[in-house]
Design a protein around this ligand. Structure first.
Ligand code: PMP
Length: 293
């Protein structure tokens, strides 16, 4: 992710990663009480660097911080500007961008008067690879929304993601799919899920999932293509009768499912709506002259 010379944006300064210091008593490090984002920038067809959906990501970062009562003193505009500057200083156009808002030293549970922010950038391939995935229904459920602000991208939530993903891989699968506390399909450890049945696209409604920015883009693209999308509660049995399915997320983009458990999706990926959306997404993120968000 970095070498000694990687430049970070850290609390208003541009620093070499090797010179940046943090406090080992940070409340975030001990209790998982912090928020972050996962963003991508692309070199567009006309050669400039563009952060895809920059405003949406930084607005979600702010909303995540507010949901957790973490002080947040930055404007979206200043963070977008800082991100372009970090990209430039690291000479990156196609990059993964990781802003993290973390707490100062605090070994109790009391609120803080300020937070820290770091923005790191690095080159990263597709998070879940290029090939269609063999997905396992996880025995791990997504966190109960009565116990967590599940709509926030909080660091601590990713204990659940790591457990589920490691478990699926240990059992020979590529990735996990988690159900919510009522047994409905929720999402992957780091991506939202859609499936196609009889020409209609379905995805779990909001409430038990991260409100993905790529999920919103996929819904918009379906509207552009005249494809009907339904957001609803989805049972594992419905998914097992689908024609095709896919994950989507900033890091993963759009990636198809080969199978869920022992059910192989019958629709050849090449003919699926997911494939169309995958191609359109790739075109959209690198399109010249499109608004920043
Ligand atoms: N769900 C979870 C749990 C995630 O971590 C992510 C990645 N941020 C997503 C969904 C997809 O969200 P987005 O499209 O905003 O990257």
């Amino acid at each position: 992710y970095y070498n000694q010379d990687t430049i970070l944006y850290y609390n208003g300064e541009y620093l070499k990663a090797a010179e940046a210091k943090t406090d080992l008593y940070s409340q975030t490090l001990h209790y998982g009480y912090g928020v972050f984002e996962g963003i991508r920038s692309y070199r567009t067809e006309s050669g400039e660097t563009r952060i895809f959906k920059a405003v949406e990501h930084y607005e979600r970062l702010k909303a995540s911080a507010e949901a957790l009562n973490l002080p947040y003193s930055w404007s979206t505009d200043e963070l977008i500007e800082a991100t372009y500057e970090v990209l430039k200083r690291n000479d990156l156009q196609n990059a993964y961008i990781r802003p993290l808002v973390f707490a100062p030293a605090n070994m109790g549970f009391n609120p803080n008067t300020e937070s820290n922010i770091v923005i790191a950038v690095w080159e990263m391939g597709l998070f879940l690879g290029e090939k269609n995935l063999r997905v396992m229904t996880s025995p791990w459920q997504r966190p109960n929304p009565l116990g967590f602000k599940i709509q926030a991208k909080a660091t601590g939530h990713y204990v659940n993601s790591i457990l589920a993903s490691q478990d699926a891989k240990a059992k020979g699968f590529d990735e996990a799919l988690l159900l919510d506390m009522s047994g409905h399909v929720a999402e992957g450890p780091g991506a939202n899920m859609f499936f196609e049945k009889d020409g209609i696209v379905y995805t779990p409604s909001l409430g038990n999932i991260l409100p993905g920015i790529t999920r919103a883009t996929v819904i918009e693209m379906c509207e552009e293509l005249g494809i009907k999308v339904e957001e609803k509660k989805i049972t594992p049995a419905e998914l097992r009768s689908a024609d095709s399915a896919f994950f989507c997320g900033t890091a993963a983009e759009v990636v198809g499912f080969e199978s869920i458990d022992d059910y192989i999706f019958p629709q050849p990926w090449e003919n699926s709506i997911g494939k169309k959306l995958q191609k359109l997404y790739k075109a959209k993120v690198t399109e010249a002259g499109v608004a920043v968000s």
